[in-house]
Design a protein around this ligand. Structure first.
Ligand code: SAM
Length: 349
C-alpha cells in the first residue's frame, strides 16, 4: 500500500454545489487525500464519516488533521509544502508523537519523503512534479505559463491561448505524458485501469484542459496552478486559506475516519446518511460492486439524500426507481479540473 493522492483533484466547488451541505447533514465521503473532506467540513455538517480502503490515505488525512489541530498557520503552510521550511524537524516534533501508531510508523520511516511537504507526496502529485520539473520547460516557457494566470478578462485569456499556447509544443505534452500507459505505471493507481477498454485518454484530457483555458478564468484555478508550476504561486487552495484554517480547527471533532471499503462499511453501519461524496471509486470496482453499493446507499439513506461521484472512463450510472439522476450542465461549466469525463449527481427518492 502507498499514498496515491496527496491532494484532491475533484473540484471542491462542484462537490459543495451538488451536495448543498447543511447543519443537520450526516455525510459519507471517500477520504482520498482528505482535502475535499476539509472543503465539505467548512460547510459545517453535523458529522462526516471519511472512509477509505487504503489505510495510508487515511493516515495522510490523520496527519493533516493533527497539523491543523496543533500548528500555527505559518507552520501548517510549511509542513504542507506550500511554503519552504527551515525548521521542519521542530514542526515534526509537534506532530509525530500525537499520531496513531500506524500513522507514526508510516511517516517516521519516511521523514525524508515527508520533508517535501505532505501535499507533494502522492504518486500522482510526484508524477505531476516530475513532468513539471524535467519536461514542461522544454515545451512551454515559465513566462508563458505565468502570464496565463494574470488575465482578468476571459476574452484576452482565450486570445492569448490561441496565439501563444496552442502553437507551442504544449499539446504534445498531453500525448506524451497523459496517455494511459504512463499514467497507469507512473501516475495513478493501476487498479483504476482494470476494467478499461482501449481509449485515447491523452486526446480526451487535452480537449478538456483546452476547454478550461478557453472558457473559464485561469487566474483563480488553484488546480491548474499546481499542475503547471508545481506550486501555489498564483492561486491558493480555498480550504487552506488562513480564515478557513482557523475555522477548521473548531470543526475537526466532526470527522470520523474509517478504514474500510465503502460497501462493507455501508453493510455494517447503523447510521443513516443524507449526503454522499464517492469520488471516482467505481472506476476500480466491478459492476456488481457498483450496483450493490447503490443498493446499500438506498438502504442507508434518508429520503432526499444527495450524492455525487465522478466517472473517469467507465459508464457507471445507477438504474433504480428509487434514484433520480440530475442533469449537470451547470456543474460541468464551473468545473476547474480535467481528469474526469462525467460528473454524476442525484437524489434518493
Ligand atoms: C477513487 S481515488 C481517486 C482520487 C480522486 N480522483 C481525487 O481527485 O482525489 C480516491 C480514493 O478512493 C479510495 N477507494 C477506492 N475504492 C474504494 C472503495 N471501494 N471503498 C473505499 N475507498 C475506496 C482509494 O483508496 C483512494 O484513496
Amino acid at each position: 500500500m502507498k499514498i496515491y493522492y496527496s491532494q484532491s483533484w475533484e473540484d471542491i466547488e462542484v462537490i459543495i454545489k451538488a451536495l448543498q451541505i447543511n447543519g443537520s447533514d450526516i455525510v459519507l465521503a471517500i477520504t482520498s487525500s482528505g482535502d475535499n473532506i476539509f472543503g465539505i467540513l467548512l460547510k459545517e455538517p453535523k458529522i462526516i464519516y471519511a472512509v477509505d480502503k487504503n489505510p495510508c490515505q487515511n493516515a495522510l488525512f490523520e496527519l493533516k488533521i493533527k497539523s491543523i489541530e496543533l500548528l500555527e498557520y505559518e507552520e501548517f503552510l510549511q509542513i504542507s509544502g506550500i511554503k519552504v521550511s527551515k525548521n521542519i524537524n521542530k514542526i515534526f516534533e509537534k506532530i509525530i508523537p500525537n499520531l496513531s501508531q500506524f500513522t507514526k510508523n508510516l511517516f517516521q520511516k519516511n521523514k525524508r519523503f515527508l520533508r517535501k511537504g505532505f501535499l507533494n507526496i502522492g504518486k500522482f502529485e510526484n508524477y505531476i512534479l516530475f513532468i513539471n520539473k524535467f519536461f514542461l520547460p522544454f515545451f512551454i516557457s515559465k513566462g508563458k505559463i505565468g502570464k496565463m494566470f494574470l488575465f482578468k478578462n476571459i476574452k484576452k485569456q482565450r486570445e492569448y491561448y490561441y496565439k501563444k499556447w496552442r502553437k507551442d509544443l504544449y499539446p504534445l505534452i498531453f500525448k506524451l505524458f497523459f496517455n494511459e500507459k504512463l499514467l497507469r505505471f507512473l501516475g495513478r493507481d493501476p487498479e483504476y485501469f482494470k476494467y478499461l477498454n482501449k481509449i485515447n485518454m491523452a486526446e480526451y484530457y487535452y480537449k478538456k484542459a483546452e476547454n478550461l483555458f478557453l472558457k473559464s478564468p485561469v487566474k483563480d484555478n488553484f488546480y491548474l496552478n499546481y499542475i503547471l508550476t508545481g506550486k501555489y504561486n498564483f492561486a491558493f487552495p480555498s480550504y487552506y486559506l488562513r480564515e478557513n484554517f482557523f475555522k477548521l480547527k473548531t470543526l475537526l471533532n466532526r470527522i470520523k475516519i474509517i478504514n474500510s471499503d465503502i460497501l462493507s462499511f455501508l453493510k455494517n453501519t447503523e447510521n443513516v446518511f443524507t449526503k454522499f461524496y464517492l469520488s471516482d471509486i467505481f472506476e476500480g470496482e466491478t459492476l456488481d460492486y457498483f450496483k450493490n453499493t447503490f443498493a446499500e446507499i438506498i438502504n442507508k439513506s434518508k429520503k432526499g439524500a444527495k450524492f455525487i461521484y465522478f466517472n473517469h472512463f467507465l459508464d457507471r450510472i445507477p438504474e433504480n426507481k428509487k434514484i433520480k439522476i440530475y442533469k449537470n450542465i451547470q456543474l460541468e461549466n464551473i468545473n476547474r479540473t480535467f481528469f474526469y469525463r462525467e460528473i454524476i449527481t442525484g437524489e434518493i427518492l
